[in-house]
Design a protein around this ligand. Structure first.
Ligand code: AMP
Length: 503
């Protein structure tokens, strides 16, 4: 019975002691080394803090950073990755909620970490790794563990401006890793190329597939995402056959022309999640790397990364929307209308999720937890938690779920038209001269604002959209940019765009 993600690490270290688990540009750790460092620094922590405490990790995206995560877990604690580029002000907001018991840092971030640590103990991770493992102390912590204990807390941007800490338990992650193995063919032979920052839930696919199955993950250097020739070289050099990217990263590669010139033919699994993947660029990928399996996954951080998936199994036109498919195993999805009743096929409703994948709530934030994690309205007889995603969806004729956009991206235009901005975006991204873009709504002026990058002239773009969209869905204003601002997770940064172009 697997109850702790460290069971995966122990088993993989026994099966593949000398295989590289995680590699970066300048360092790599085998499974044995990863386990050893985790146990050493874990012992260091057991001497200082009790189990069940938050351990913040303020380190660069390296294999050592992952060892720090598992050190926290070895001490019966949970880890909280911090973005080292985050302004001190935001870290302070996080720490006000989290009250970390301990902070691990690396050489590069020593000064910044010490400045924010406050009352928390803190240590250079490499220093903590000098501790001799205390078998008895580690075994005692392990014996006291239950699978509903927290594994990590990821802070996402809260709409109130205060970041919310999404809690995820061992059980939820074990379920997810098992599903990835069973449904998506994540196995010991996989060589994964990691894009997602460790503060972003997408990274858990890479991390926990590696831990469970004994595969290898290579952290792809940031520069490869701007220089796609280097990206293809990197993928080839490391024998990477599996990637799980945000669509923006796949879109940028397709737009760069590299897929036609020098396709990364070694890829067997091209998986993506986090925002809409337009079929125009997906078709470029499918033509260039036809042997790969493509999978559109969907899910917010609150449900352990992914709750629905669609393995691409048929042809799509460039302007077709791509389904997000069906619920993952052991996961229930309900699409509920405004009266909290399940929608009929074709009708729009809010996508809600139930099951083991659910977060245990926002850390130290009962008010926000109560709002998002609610009683299943269809169950009046016992307590059953349901997560309201705030995303709109509907079923298509095949029973697949179609993502329509965020509830807050659903607008009321000209007093009567209810429009999903996502629908306009699907038409926008299908235009060949448009590289990437999105639509915003200026409520004060009742204007749809289309922001895009690419060679297409504004009036030409308007003409092309007019062929596809009813007049009331046509953007009222166009903003052409050389570059779109991106979030730390490499998704389009709509908050910044809204500030800059709507105010
Ligand atoms: P995050 O919690 O940062 O992972 O963001 C989750 C949100 O990203 C979801 O609630 C959706 O709005 C969006 N999202 C995730 N996956 C997809 C997808 N495959 N297609 C469209 N939007 C997605």
């Amino acid at each position: 019975m697997t109850t702790n993600v460290l069971d995966y690490l122990d088993a993989s270290a026994a099966r593949f002691p000398d295989k590289i688990a995680f590699g970066g540009e300048h360092s790599a750790l085998t499974f044995t080394q990863l386990r050893d460092l985790s146990r050493r620094a874990g012992t260091y922590l057991t001497g200082r803090i009790g189990a069940g405490q938050p351990v913040a990790v303020f380190m660069e995206k390296t294999p050592a950073c992952l060892a720090a995560f598992f050190a926290a877990v070895s001490a019966g604690c949970f880890y909280v990755p911090l973005d080292t580029k985050m302004p001190a002000e935001r870290i302070k907001l996080i720490f006000d909620t989290l009250h970390p018991a301990f902070v691990f840092y690396d050489e590069k971030n020593a000064e910044a970490a010490r400045a924010v640590a406050g009352d928390a103990g803190c240590a250079l991770f490499a220093e903590a790794c000098r501790t001799e493992p205390d078998e008895a102390a580690l075994a005692a912590v392990r014996a006291a563990h239950v699978d509903t204990d927290l594994l990590y807390v990821l802070f996402t941007s809260g709409s109130t401006g205060v970041p919310k800490g999404v809690t995820i338990s061992h059980r939820s992650m074990i379920d997810y890793a098992d599903w990835l193995h069973d449904a998506l063919d994540m196995n010991e032979s996989c060589v994964i190329g990691n894009q997602a920052p460790f503060v972003f839930d997408n990274s858990t696919l890479d991390i926990y597939s590696t831990l469970k199955n004994g595969c290898t993950t290579w952290i792809i250097p940031k520069k490869c995402f701007s220089f796609h020739k280097t990206m293809v070289q990197f993928l080839r050099e490391h024998g990477i056959d599996t990637i799980f990217f945000v669509p923006s990263a796949l879109i940028a590669m397709a737009n760069s022309g590299i897929l036609a010139k020098d396709p990364p033919l070694g890829l067997k699994r091209v998986y993506f999640c986090g925002e809409v993947m337009p079929n125009r660029q997906l078709n470029m990928w499918r033509r260039a790397v036809p042997e790969a399996v493509y999978c559109n996954m969907y899910g917010p951080t609150e449900i352990t990364d992914v709750c629905s998936y669609y393995i691409v199994d048929r042809d799509f036109d460039d302007d077709d929307p791509l389904p997000i498919g069906r619920a993952c195993a052991n996961t229930r999805i309900l699409i509920l209308n405004d009266e909290n009743k399940p929608v009929s096929p074709g009708q729009t409703g809010e996508l809600c999720v139930l099951g083991t994948c659910l977060s245990l709530g926002y850390y130290n934030n009962p008010a926000q937890t109560e709002k998002a994690f609610v009683q299943n309205p269809l169950n009046t007889v016992f307590h059953e938690r349901m997560y309201r995603t705030g995303d709109l969806a509907r079923y298509n004729d095949r029973g697949e779920i179609m993502f329509l956009g965020r509830k807050d991206f659903q607008i009321k235009h000209q007093g009567c038209y209810r429009i999903e901005l996502g629908e306009i975006e699907t038409a926008l991204l299908a235009v060949s001269g448009v590289q990437n873009g999105c639509c915003l709504f200026d409520e004060a002026k009742d204007e749809i604002v289309c922001v895009y990058m690419g060679a297409e002239e504004e009036h030409e773009l308007a003409k092309l959209l007019a062929v596809k969209l009813p007049s009331y869905m046509m953007p009222n204003r166009y903003v052409h940019l050389d570059r779109l601002p991106m979030t730390i997770n490499d998704k389009i940064d709509r908050v910044t765009l809204k500030k800059q172009h709507i105010g």
